[in-house]
Design a protein around this ligand. Structure first.
Ligand code: 7RM
Length: 651
């Protein structure tokens, strides 16, 4: 039974501002034409986008070769990602961009760098030559284990320049997690730093690399960026300093002419069970997808200062901090540290300082700021902002409205963008200037994307009833496989229906065709035969003014099958206790109905999250049902949260 009941009732609509519409990169007419073409002939649409947004050394013989579940896009064509992100902005009619800021970077301690396109090009060429000098070729993998510093983007682009696939491992991961990924990718070289800054303190990276590489024999060289100046041990013959190698390297390195299907990167995502999956992306299709979506969804203009707050270790950092914006010739801002250092208004002062015009962030961050109060953003000049974006989880309507009013000053359109590591780029999103938005809805699939909501048998469900999100046609940025595991690739993504991709999310469409993503299907609870998504109960809880954040899971119950357990973080100053529990249970009953009324409410100061801000509900499920926490916890950001949750259980 695939039916998931949808209990949300959100009716507010926000129409695009006519003035924004008039100057949008994709206006109403363009969007209508693209939608039509995308539906009738998606290959023709994507070929049009590939010509418009990407420069090719030689053309394709065939747009798509689709032998489910294997897709090849732009077959036979040659291109290079670093060429598209750099060289083409220095030549011909674009040559004026030579001195445009490509990257504005600010470190957590307050140091900053502005790197022009010409300078970034030189640095990337130099580092590509360093990689070559270490024997790295287009047949190899390179691991990047780095803080959010410009050298991370430089290393990524340098890999693409010579055709070596990179695999970025979050700086927050342990030596063990790092080693697993190095071994799985069979990597030849690791780029790292002595450390980075976080919460006002330097943290170490090199020591983790030393521990990991000890048991990863494929690694021949380690290149170390000096960021903090902390003491590290350098192993002779294996380790070298980035700045020393760079000083000796030539700034000339022609881009390799790579096949459109040449591997670009592997990014590991943790599954619910088993070891992390190495998601493989390739060159031409991925670049087409991210360049097109960046230009259309963020409406990039030459004068924009665009800030996506994601870490480069997350797919959002790959596609929408580095590759998408640079392919568009935009100015992309990178910030090294946490949002709350040295004060809780760091983000707002960054926006005011650099004149940020576009902000793309995650609902978890927005909820954190709501908790900190309106005074902080209100004390800064945020009038440069003209567009806001959201990614990573469903955004609850309350957070959407706050984002719109307090951060966007009611003038900025919000793009709620649904996609995954596996999709490479954005799939379902509003297009500013042409789509009326509804708080909590990602609106419609992009032109050329065939998304639908199906039941287990593959039939489309009726409007307003929940089901499983599905992608029925291949798209350019789609994953090409799981590194080294064909069987798992087929099993995880392609086994539910015939020739149709299963993203693992539940969703519904309303009567106007808007998509409402309800979160991971693994998180759906079956309560007395009703299938209810955890997100909706969470959204109801956080709509209460005294709740900062909530995570909901099911635990086995003899009578109802599943009972709702809510982990709640109260707002500052609110007393957790029996009266508040009663209030919250009543609030959920009123908002969505007695069926969703939590059986237990537990208070906690923090929820277990991944570094990218996703709540790890499977850990909470274990805790809620009194089980030992099992499975992979390598992506957990803060282990002390787990310990304190267990403690709260014993009290
Ligand atoms: C980009 C990213 C993917 C999962 C995905 C969803 C959830 C992401 C939204 C969203 C509702 C959104 N990649 N998700 N964006 N849910 N609305 N706008 O997050 O691989 O790390 O995660 O994230 O469940 O399947 S990811």
């Amino acid at each position: 039974m695939a039916d998931i009941e949808s209990l949300l009732k959100e009716t507010r609509t926000f129409k695009p501002d006519p003035q924004f519409s008039r100057s949008a990169n994709w206006n109403k007419k363009t969007v209508a034409a693209y939608r039509k073409e995308g539906e009738k002939n998606p290959e023709r649409f994507w070929a049009r986008m590939a010509k418009e947004n990407v420069s090719w050394f030689s053309p394709w013989k065939k747009v798509l070769d689709w032998k489910p579940p294997y897709a090849k896009w732009f077959v036979g064509a040659k291109t290079n990602v670093s060429y598209n992100c750099l060289d083409r902005h220095l030549e011909g009619e674009n040559a004026w961009r030579r001195n445009k800021a490509a990257i504005i970077w600010e470190g957590e301690p307050g140091d900053s760098r502005v790197i022009t396109y010409a300078e970034l090009h030189r640095e990337v060429c130099r580092f590509a030559n360093v990689l070559k000098s270490k024997g790295v070729t287009r047949k190899d993998r390179v691991i990047l284990y780095m803080p959010m510093i410009p050298e991370a983007a430089i290393a990524m682009l340098a890999c693409t320049r010579i055709g070596a696939a990179h695999s970025i491992v979050f700086g927050g991961f342990s030596a063990e997690a790092l080693r697993d990924r190095i071994v799985d990718a069979d990597a030849k070289l690791v780029v790292t730093a002595d450390g980075g800054y976080r919460k006002g303190e330097p943290f170490g990276l090199k020591a983790q690399v030393d521990a990991a590489v000890r048991r990863a024999p494929s690694v021949e060289s380690v290149v170390v960026v000096q960021r903090t100046g902390q003491k590290v041990t350098m192993k002779r013959g294996r380790d070298c300093w980035y700045h020393e190698e760079m000083a000796a390297a030539s700034p000339v390195c022609p881009p390799a002419k790579l096949d459109a299907e040449h591997p670009l990167f592997i990014l590991y995502t943790s599954g619910t069970t088993g070891k992390p999956k190495g998601i493989l992306h390739t060159t031409g299709g991925y670049l087409t997808h991210v360049a097109t979506t960046t230009r259309a969804i963020f409406d990039l203009k030459e004068t924009d200062v665009y800030w996506c707050t994601a870490d480069v270790g997350w797919i959002t950092g790959h596609s929408y901090v580095v590759y998408g914006p640079l392919a568009c010739g935009a100015t992309t801002l990178m910030y090294e540290g946490v949002p709350t250092h040295p004060g809780p208004d760091r983000w707002w002062s960054l926006i005011a300082k650099w004149g940020v015009t576009i902000l793309y962030t995650a609902p978890t961050a927005i909820r954190t700021f709501i908790r900190l109060g309106d005074d902080l953003p209100k004390a800064h000049d945020l009038s440069s902002l003209r567009l806001l974006g959201s990614v990573g989880e469903p955004i609850n309507p309350e957070a959407w409205i706050w984002y719109h009013e307090v951060i966007g000053g009611k003038r900025c359109p919000i793009v709620d963008t649904w996609w995954q590591t596996e999709t490479g780029g954005i799939m379902i999103s509003s297009l500013p200037g042409s789509v009326a938005t509804k708080p909590g809805s990602a609106t419609f699939p992009l032109p050329g994307i065939d998304a639908a909501i199906l039941d287990e048998e593959g039939n489309e469900v009726k409007p307003s009833s929940g089901g499983l999100l599905a992608l029925r046609k291949p798209w350019p940025g789609m994953l090409r496989g799981i590194w080294g595991d064909k069987a798992r690739f087929k099993e995880v993504y392609w086994s539910k229906w015939k020739n149709t991709y299963f993203p693992g999310d539940g969703a519904q469409r309303d009567r106007q065709g808007y998509f409402w993503i309800m979160g991971r299907i693994d998180d759906v609870m079956n309560i007395s035969g009703h299938r209810i998504g955890t997100m909706e109960v969470e959204s109801a809880l956080v709509s209460h003014r005294d709740v900062a954040e909530a995570a909901v899971v099911g635990r086995p119950d003899e009578i109802t099958g599943t009972a709702v357990v809510a982990f709640v973080t109260p707002r500052g100053g609110v007393k957790p206790g029996a009266p508040f529990i009663k209030t919250l249970k009543g609030h959920v009953t009123k908002e969505i109905g007695a069926i969703a009324r939590p059986a237990d409410i537990r208070f906690t100061n923090a929820l277990p999250k991944t570094r990218s801000g996703k709540i790890m509900r499977r850990l909470l499920r274990d805790i809620a049902s009194g089980r030992e926490v099992a499975g992979d916890t390598s992506t957990l950001e803060d282990f002390s949260v787990l310990a304190s949750l267990k403690e709260s259980d014993e009290n």
